[in-house]
Design a protein around this ligand. Structure first.
Ligand code: URA
Length: 219
C-alpha cells in the first residue's frame, strides 16, 4: 500500500521533531550549493538540537547526593548509553551526541550501499563489551528504505540490546512504514519526513548523498 507523509507522521513509533531553528538549518543542508564544511557544521548543529528531544523518555533512577548545603535525592539516567553511528554519514552526527552524553560508549555499525542493488550491506561492527545492558541510540542522517535501520536493530537485538532508539535527520515515508511494521517498539526521531524515494532509493527532495556531502567526496 502506498504511504504518504501524513500517514507516516501518524505511525505510533515515529516522532517528528519540529522546531523553527531545525527547519532553518535543514534548508541549508538541502541546498546543493552548501559547501561540505558548512554541511558538516549544520549536521552537527541539528544533531545537537535533536538529541535533547530524542532522549526525553530515557528512564531515570533516584540517587542520593550531598550538596554543600544538605543531603538530597537527585536523578541519574537509569541505564548507560551506547551511541551507534551507522558508517559513514552518521560520523557527522557523532560529536554532538557524544558531547551531550559524554559518558556514553560508542558502538560502530558499518553498512555500505551496493550501487548495483541500491541496498545497504553489513560490513563491520565494534560494540562495547557491555552492549547488552546499555540503551542504544542509533544515529544515521538519512532514513531511506528502512533496510539499514532494520538490519542495525536486528543486529543489536541479537546482541541482547533491549532498549533502542533511532535518530535520523530526514526520513522517507516508505522506510518509516516498513520499519514500524517490524519494530514498532523502536522510536524513530526525525527532523523531516519527505515525499518519497526515487528509483535509486534516494530521498526526494532530501539532500543527496549525506556521506558524500559530509566527507566532501562528491564527484
Ligand atoms: N542515503 C543518503 O545519503 N541519501 C539518501 O537520499 C538516501 C540514502
Amino acid at each position: 500500500m502506498h504511504i504518504d507523509r501524513e500517514m507516516a507522521i501518524n505511525l505510533p513509533n515515529v516522532r517528528l521533531i519540529s522546531h523553527p531553528l531545525i527547519e532553518h538549518k535543514l534548508s541549508i543542508l538541502r541546498d546543493k550549493n552548501t559547501q561540505s564544511f558548512q554541511f558538516r557544521m549544520v549536521v552537527d548543529e541539528i544533531s545537537h538540537l535533536m538529541i535533547f528531544e530524542a532522549t526525553r523518555k530515557l528512564a531515570l533512577r533516584d540517587v542520593s547526593v550531598q550538596t554543600p548545603v544538605a543531603k538530597t535525592t537527585a536523578k541519574k539516567l537509569a541505564t548507560k548509553i551506547m551511541i551507534c553511528p551507522i558508517l559513514r554519514a552518521a560520523l557527522g552526527m557523532l560529536d554532538s551526541v557524544f558531547t551531550i552524553i559524554p559518558d556514553a560508549a560508542v558502538g560502530f555499525l558499518g553498512f555500505q550501499r551496493n550501487e548495483a542493488t541500491a541496498q545497504a550491506e553489513f560490513f563491520y561492527a565494534k560494540l562495547p563489551p557491555d552492549a547488552s545492558s546499555r540503551t542504544a541510540i542509533i544515529i544515521d542522517p538519512m532514513f531511506a528504505t528502512g533496510g539499514t535501520a532494520i538490519d542495525a536493530v536486528k543486529f543489536l537485538k541479537e546482541k541482547g540490546v533491549k532498549e533502542i532508539k533511532f535518530i535520523s535527520i530526514i526520513a522517507a515515508p516508505e522506510g518509516l512504514k516498513r520499519f514500524s511494521e517490524i519494530y514498532p517498539d523502536v522510536d524513530v526521531y526525525t527532523a523531516a519526513i519527505d515525499e518519497r524515494l526515487d528509483e535509486k532509493n534516494y530521498i526526494v527532495p532530501g539532500l543527496g548523498d549525506a556521506g558524500d556531502r559530509v566527507f566532501n567526496t562528491l564527484d
